[in-house]
Design a protein. Sequence first.
Length: 331
Amino acid sequence: MSSPLSRSIQIDQHGGPEVMRLVHIAVGEPGPGEVRIAHRAVGLNYIDVYQRSGLYPMNLPVQLGMEASGVIEAVGEGVTHLKVGDRAAYASQPPGAYCERRVLPAKCVCKLPDAISFETGAAMMLKGLTVQYLLKRTLPQGGLQAGDHVLFHAAAGGVGLIACQWAREMGLQLIGTAGSDEKCALAKANGAAHVINYGTEDFLARVKDITGGKGVKVVYDSVGKDTWDKSLDCLSPFGLMASFGNASGAVAPFAPAMLGGKGSIYVTRQTLFSHISSRESTQAMADDLFGVVGSGKVHIEIGQRYALEDVQQAHRDLEARKTTGCTILTL
């Protein structure tokens, strides 16, 4: 039996968007613990930029992309939670989602409820599961209770808009930052209790004002270098600085002793793939996400759609911060 072909986006070297090229590859049969999926839509994420640029070095050549949705075409030995014909979605290592079809480990692939479209499924898995582990698993001392203030940077992005809605559903007072008045308005419309345009306002001063000088229990930061120092000063004593990205560049090394002087605060660097390392954890987190999206309490905003062959422009727009909400590639 001949292997089906797939249009795929591959890089042979690290660099700018121009290093991505369209190739045709043969996709074989799934081995033990694997499935083959025919994609219907593919999600775009900032981690794709890190991998393409070399900030997260990859073994080359490599196909990019970390999340997608589609229909299961074949199931390998030992896979029991999926069958041929199932609608499915995933966020998963290794990369390779920028394509028409692929083989990948089944443990992070979940059945997609019928009530959730393929486009929504592709747009929400990596970003929605990220919000799930941040708001439900990456917590300050004593956890988070209704009424608590949290600071969330890049609140108008794909992760941010989901976080605004989910935090509102939890009763949290989310303070969202963004780089323009338009993006701030979008975050506010999606549930942020307060918004700050960090292009025109001092977010540290505003956070202190909003919280009556107390600061926030936790800062969720995917921006990195540009927001790091002031974010630490936004924390209340014993607060948590939760880093989960470096959109503006890597944070400079710092002396741990300075955390004591800022109120014995905590710092953590989180990654989704630590949280979805097991089939059980992945499914539990996905069930939580499917529930909140399926109920309508969280709406997945797809702000941009690009054809697979236009992926270079998609990356340019993402890096230039021209995008809002989630971005998908269509096939």
